[in-house]
Each structure stands twice: as structure tokens, then as C-alpha cells.
Design a protein around this ligand. Structure first.
Ligand SMILES: Cc1cc2nc3c(=O)[nH]c(=O)nc-3n(C[C@H](O)[C@H](O)[C@H](O)COP(=O)(O)OP(=O)(O)OC[C@H]3O[C@@H](n4cnc5c(N)ncnc54)[C@H](O)[C@@H]3O)c2cc1C
Length: 387
């Protein structure tokens, strides 16, 4: 059994890191501080990643990818994540692969090359005021009318809708069917008349409510087949859970904290010489190694069409809890310095501890609440009866 990357994969990882060191410039990082949605430098960077073939490392050549495997795509994802600069993650890592598996030929030919060039961003429209964890209760309706569908309803937490070209929208197409069997997915252009977007402010970032008022879309906006939406939702969410489980940004935080603790003297002693600090950093390192191996296993399973449906849920629970532990622990080690924001002249590690300790909270329930993920692990991993 092999527990590490092959020499070729290690080489690829290094090649991607060198590329990103060159292209994630201080100017780009600075631009994102003032505008988290991304300005001109960010847009150029995404296009460049697409042109240079990196967005589709593990995608088939026919859609513009490099034709490598999901494991190579995962290596790319980890390296990108380490930089702390977002790319259209949801579109590239979840919507694209779901379309590849379940979309119509026309949808694959239209959307996939554009996604790989960084030309399209898609937001996920599942959650409604009365349908979160119990997503299959969603009420947004899509009614067939000749060659179109007419959509009415409301979604909450449609993250990035304000900068997206499409909403991957879940709507009820058969109100008489059992609730999981009457849902379909549509790719709704955000500029369609009747679509509106309203800001929801969160701690340090934003999401949106989206409204659909007699929105008319052509019948080919339906993804795959009518009333098969639940399968498309679970496929997309499974990929999202893997995407949320990456370890590299946390690893960087531990490295930066270790460096800082080596260089910093408090009350006459180096911070790193405090046994409690050493133990904490060592413990985080062990847990990150566990997560790394869990993720390689999940990426390998995907590559070998050997997916156990509970694995992405298992990894997501572990990663979401570890996120909290890493950022809280590192902030604790840095003391008052850890609480400083990126714009302070005394800031350590670009304010990552403060920023991520808040922003990563969403992982505890985003992509499915951890309590429910544990239930899935119990049922499908341990084969325990449903309660
Ligand atoms: C920042 C942010 C971004 C988001 N982005 C998106 C997005 O882009 N697109 C989108 O569609 N949605 C998005 N969401 C919504 C997110 O997926 C939901 O918040 C999540 O599914 C939980 O739904 P809820 O908020 O309605 O909580 P509820 O379903 O009301 O759950 C509340 C609590 O009850 C517990 N609970 C509920 N049911 C069970 C159960 N059966 N067993 C055990 N415990 C249970 C859960 O653990 C949870 O903690 C986002 C949310 C946030 C906060």
C-alpha cells in the first residue's frame, strides 16, 4: 500500500507551487483585501490559470483539460488553497464535474470548456427559508410552459450570486411526487428578467438571498433529466464536501505560527520553547497528516470509481472541526497578535488566524451540517439502521 504521492505527482505539486508563487503577486493579494469579490488583477489571474491549462489538470482533454486523474486535480486544489486566493471553486470542482457526469451533451459542450477557461461562474441555489438541512422540502416551483419553464420562488444563502453568470437552481417540477422525486436542476442565467439578488451581510463577508419572479428559461436550461434533481444535488454536494476538506491552508497557518514562535521572544523566552506551544503545534501537525491521507484516499476512490458515499461526509466533518482547532489554537499561541487584522502594522501571518477563525465557521454546516454528516457515516459507513 502506498501512502504518498508518486515521484511524478510530487513533481507536479512542486511545478504548481512554483507557478503560483510567481502569479499570486503581492499586488493581487492587496487587491483582494479591498475587494474580496476580485478586481481586474484577480480576473486576469483566473483567465491566466485557464489559458495555462491548470484549471483542468484532471479533466478530460475533450473539454480542454490535461487528461490527468482526479488525484492530480486534487493536488492542484490543495496548492491553490494554500495561496489563500480564491478561484471559482464551486464551479470548477463541483458544478463542472457534475455536468460532466449527468448533463446533456449540449450542456457539456457549452459549459465545460468555458468553465476551464475561467469564463463562467455558477452559484448554488438550494437553500430556502424553510428548507436547509431538510432540503427536499424546497418550495421553489418550475412549471413547463411550451418550450420553456417558468420559475417562481426564493432562495437564501445563494453565495456569490452577485458575481455569478448562472444559478444552479433546485426547483420542484412535480409537486405530486414524493418530495425527493419531484425536484429538477436548472442553470438559470442571472441576467434573466425576474431574477433579483439581495445582500446578506455575515461576519466579514457576504452572501445573498435570490428571488425568482416568473422567470422564464428555455427548456434546455434543465440540467439532464426532469425530476432527477436529487441525484444531481447529492453528486454536487458530495464533491463540495471533498472540496471543503482541503488541508493546505491550515498547514500553512501551522507553519507560519511555528516560524513566528521561533522568532518571537516573550518574557525573556522564545515562544516556541514553551512546552504547551510545542505540544499544540505537534498535535495539529499529526491531525493534518491524518486529513491529508483521508483526502488522498477519497481522491483515489473517486479516480477508481470506488466511491463510498460516506467518505466525503466523513472527511468534511473531520476537516471542519480541525479548521476551528487550527485557527483557534494558532490565535491562542500568538496571544494578542493573533487577534490583529490584516491592516494592522503589527499583524502576524497577514491576519490569517483572525480572519479564518471566523470565515471557516461555515464549514461546520456548509455542504451539509456536521450532525447530519455523522448520521450518514453511521448509516452508510457503519451500516447502522436509520433512526
Ligand atoms: C455562509 C453561508 C454560505 C452558504 N452558502 C450556500 C450556497 O451557496 N447555496 C445554498 O444553497 N446554501 C448555502 N448555505 C446554506 C447552508 O447549506 C445551510 O445553512 C445548511 O444546509 C443548514 O441549513 P439551515 O441553515 O436552514 O439550518 P437548519 O436546517 O435549520 O439546521 C439548524 C441546526 O439543526 C441541526 N439539524 C437539522 N436537522 C438535523 C437532523 N436531521 N439531524 C441532526 N441535526 C439536525 C443542524 O446541525 C443545524 O446545526 C450557506 C450558509 C451559510 C451560513
Amino acid at each position: 500500500m502506498r501512502f504518498d504521492l508518486t515521484d511524478e505527482q510530487q513533481q507536479l505539486k512542486q511545478e504548481i507551487r512554483t507557478y503560483l508563487d510567481k502569479h499570486v503577486t503581492p499586488e493581487l493579494v492587496e487587491e483582494l483585501k479591498g475587494n474580496p469579490d476580485g478586481g481586474p488583477l484577480w480576473k486576469t489571474y483566473i483567465k491566466k490559470l485557464g489559458e495555462d491549462g491548470w484549471l483542468g489538470v484532471g479533466w478530460p482533454v475533450e473539454y480542454g483539460g490535461q487528461g490527468k486523474t482526479p488525484l492530480e486535480q486534487y493536488i492542484f486544489l490543495e496548492e491553490i488553497n494554500r495561496t489563500g486566493v480564491n478561484i471559482p471553486f464551486i464551479t470548477l470542482e463541483t458544478v463542472g464535474p457534475t455536468l460532466m457526469k449527468l448533463g446533456t451533451e449540449e450542456q457539456k459542450n457549452y459549459f465545460l470548456p468555458k468553465i476551464l477557461k475561467g469564463e463562467i461562474e455558477v452559484a448554488i441555489g438550494y437553500t430556502e427559508p424553510e428548507a436547509g438541512t431538510d432540503l427536499a422540502s424546497l418550495q421553489t416551483r418550475a412549471v413547463k410552459d411550451g418550450d420553456s419553464y417558468i420559475i417562481n420562488g426564493q432562495k437564501v444563502f445563494t453565495t456569490n450570486a452577485h458575481i455569478s453568470d448562472y444559478i444552479w437552481l433546485a426547483a420542484r417540477t412535480d409537486p405530486d411526487a414524493p418530495k425527493h422525486k419531484g425536484i429538477s436542476i436548472f442553470l438559470v442565467p442571472t441576467n434573466t428578467p425576474g431574477v433579483s439578488v439581495d445582500t446578506t451581510h455575515l461576519m466579514g463577508e457576504r452572501t445573498n438571498s435570490t428571488y425568482y419572479d416568473n422567470v422564464r428559461v428555455p427548456a434546455d436550461a434543465l440540467v439532464g433529466e426532469e425530476n432527477k434533481g436529487w441525484q444531481y444535488i447529492t453528486t454536487q454536494l458530495s464533491l463540495e464536501r471533498l472540496m471543503l476538506s482541503t488541508y493546505s491552508r491550515m498547514e500553512r497557518m501551522v507553519e507560519e505560527t511555528t516560524e513566528w514562535a521561533k522568532e518571537t521572544v516573550m518574557d525573556g523566552n522564545r515562544v516556541i520553547d514553551n512546552p504547551g506551544v510545542r505540544d499544540s503545534l505537534a498535535e495539529l501537525t499529526v491531525k493534518l497528516e491524518v486529513l491529508r491521507l483521508l483526502n488522498y484516499r477519497a481522491a483515489w476512490s473517486h479516480e477508481n470509481a470506488n466511491e463510498a458515499p460516506f467518505r466525503p461526509s466523513m472527511n468534511k466533518v473531520f476537516a471542519a472541526e480541525l479548521n476551528q482547532e487550527v485557527y483557534d489554537t494558532c490565535m491562542g499561541i500568538m496571544g494578542m497578535f493573533g487577534q490583529l487584522r490584516a491592516d494592522s502594522k503589527w499583524v502576524v501571518a497577514d491576519g490569517s488566524a483572525e480572519r479564518y477563525s471566523k470565515s471557516q465557521l461555515v464549514y461546520l454546516f456548509g455542504g451539509g451540517a456536521n450532525d447530519v454528516m455523522l448520521d450518514l457515516v453511521a448509516r452508510f459507513g457503519l451500516e447502522l439502521p436509520k433512526v
